[in-house]
Design a binder for this molecule. Structure first.
Ligand SMILES: Cc1cc2nc3c(=O)[nH]c(=O)nc-3n(C[C@H](O)[C@H](O)[C@H](O)COP(=O)(O)OP(=O)(O)OC[C@H]3O[C@@H](n4cnc5c(N)ncnc54)[C@H](O)[C@@H]3O)c2cc1C
Length: 448
């Protein structure tokens, strides 16, 4: 689409960014009869690693929005997670967390190569009624009018257009420029980096599952992405040497799979990405709302970014529909709903990352409690998966689950006494109790 045509047209919604969040938002808002413009610079910069595992609610959402066929034509079915603790964490053993045990959820998710997914979603969304896309353009400035409402200046390859829209969505990813240009501050923490390669899926340890390996070098993932291919991602912790990190990760992989990965690593350069936690000060400002990673992101341990982006789109659509397209009221509702979802996502990712990777006695106790809980209780696995996959994003259920996990510490006490580590157990228990109370406090606060 040429900018001359764009400049002359009127749009109700401008979406900056045609990634998962932007495409989902366009598909969600199209049935409301709105004229929508997606502005997407296109894949000009190098490829990077990004989300590929989609939880059942995300797949459901994409199907409901008409962006994915049911069953999906591409990618690979994911039945849940297979979690492998490090070899030195003796006695923990691997655990399977299937989606199928969770009530209110379809039985499987999907894993699909990120670029194919993004391309498919954008191509499908731009064919929806009322949706246009300006590819090869980007939002370069946000100008506030006398009433405080924002207008976007968009620059294409050869020209520019000033777009006035009742609603502008910042769907431009974790480092959102729209967020910055409208003056929304954010808190950012860089956890680590991620390196990844594509290999054959023949020796994938647990076919049909998202394999998660926990070891002192960080978290590693492996899952099939369709057509006999699998993605493997390695976390590189802050300050660690990438080559050494990958070698340490590989030590924990089964021999045949490790050989497959080493062969690919010899031939090609891995893709990379940074893992950030981004918390914007607010989600909406005047006629601008943030969606997807622009609205906040966390460590990818829980693989919930795509699902959350799809949920953002649906929550926004419902809020606009319920308020008869009263943008100000709808955005207020949207911001409240997002805050709940984001709090649960972020807290889970941070707590699990710390429990799985920290080498302190309290982290070890928490890790043992989590594995003991998952192994013993089908209900526990189901509740945990409901939280991880965003079927449930309530703070109270999260606080309750934390308490249930912490109670496992009493079951583990004889083991710690045997190891003459009673003092470590007490320290761990104090920390678990403190954290449990902090969750209850946060839950009450949010409820109020
Ligand atoms: C290593 C890694 C692994 C992950 N694994 C998973 C996983 O397994 N499952 C999962 O659900 N999530 C995962 N995630 C998170 C997931 O990738 C993101 O949540 C998701 O891609 C967010 O999509 P988005 O559309 O918000 O942002 P993006 O995908 O970043 O898209 C933003 C778009 O905005 C465009 N843009 C940028 N600037 C402008 C501008 N000025 N104007 C207009 N457009 C602009 C960009 O070109 C881009 O297309 C992972 C993330 C990382 C880093």
């Amino acid at each position: 689409m040429k900018s001359m045509a764009v400049g002359q047209q009127k749009f109700d919604v401008l979406i900056a960014g045609g990634g998962v969040a932007g495409a989902a938002a366009a598909a969600a808002l199209s049935p409301l009869g709105l004229r929508i413009l997606i502005v997407e610079p296109g894949p000009s910069h190098g490829r990077r690693l990004a989300g590929e595992l989609i939880h059942p609610p995300g797949v459901d959402g994409l199907c409901q929005l008409g962006l994915l066929s049911n069953p999906p034509m591409a990618g690979s079915v994911v039945n849940g997670f297979a979690i492998f603790p490090a070899a030195q964490d003796d006695g923990l053993g691997s655990v399977i967390l299937p989606y199928g045990e969770t009530a209110g959820s379809r039985r499987c998710g999907l894993a699909i190569e990120h670029r194919s997914l993004q391309r498919h979603l954008l191509e499908t969304a731009r064919r929806f009624p009322g949706v246009s896309a300006w590819i090869g353009a980007r939002v370069i400035r946000m100008e506030a009018g006398p009433d405080g409402r924002f207008t976007a200046l968009v620059r294409g390859e050869n020209d520019e257009a000033r777009i006035r829209a009742g609603l502008i969505l910042g769907a431009d990813g974790p480092m959102s420029q729209v967020r910055k240009m409208v003056g929304i501050s954010h808190e950012a923490r860089r956890y680590s980096a991620m390196m990844g390669v594509e290999v054959e899926d023949t020796h994938l340890p647990r076919a049909g599952y998202g394999n998660i390996f926990l070891n002192p070098a960080g978290v590693a993932y492996a899952y099939a992405i369709g057509k006999g291919r699998a993605r493997v991602m390695f976390e590189v912790l802050k300050g660690a040497d990438p080559k050494e990190s990958v070698a340490r990760h590989l030590d924990f992989f089964p021999a045949a799979f490790r050989r497959d990965i080493e062969t690919v690593l010899c031939r090609s350069k891995p893709l990379a990405a940074a893992n950030y936690c981004i918390i914007p000060g607010v989600t909406v400002k005047r006629n601008v709302a943030l969606v997807g990673d622009a609205r906040g992101c966390c460590h990818p341990l829980t693989a919930s970014g795509i699902t959350a982006s799809v949920k953002d789109a649906m929550v926004l659509r419902d809020a606009l529909r319920e308020t008869n397209l009263d943008v100000a009221t709808a955005l207020h509702r949207y911001a409240r709903a997002c805050a709940r979802l984001q709090f649960a996502r972020r807290t889970l990712a941070e707590e699990l990352h710390e429990a799985f990777l920290a080498q302190t006695p309290e982290a070890l106790l928490l890790k043992q409690c989590i594995f003991s809980y998952w192994r013993r209780s089908a209900n526990g696995r189901a509740r945990s998966m409901a939280l991880l996959s965003t079927v449930d994003s309530g703070t109270f259920p999260m606080a309750t689950q934390y308490a249930m996990v912490a109670l496992q510490a009493f079951r583990l006490l004889p083991l710690w006494l045997q190891k003459k580590a009673a003092a470590d157990w007490r320290r761990g228990m104090r920390r678990l109790t403190y954290k449990g109370l902090a969750f209850q406090y946060a839950a009450i606060n949010q409820w109020l």
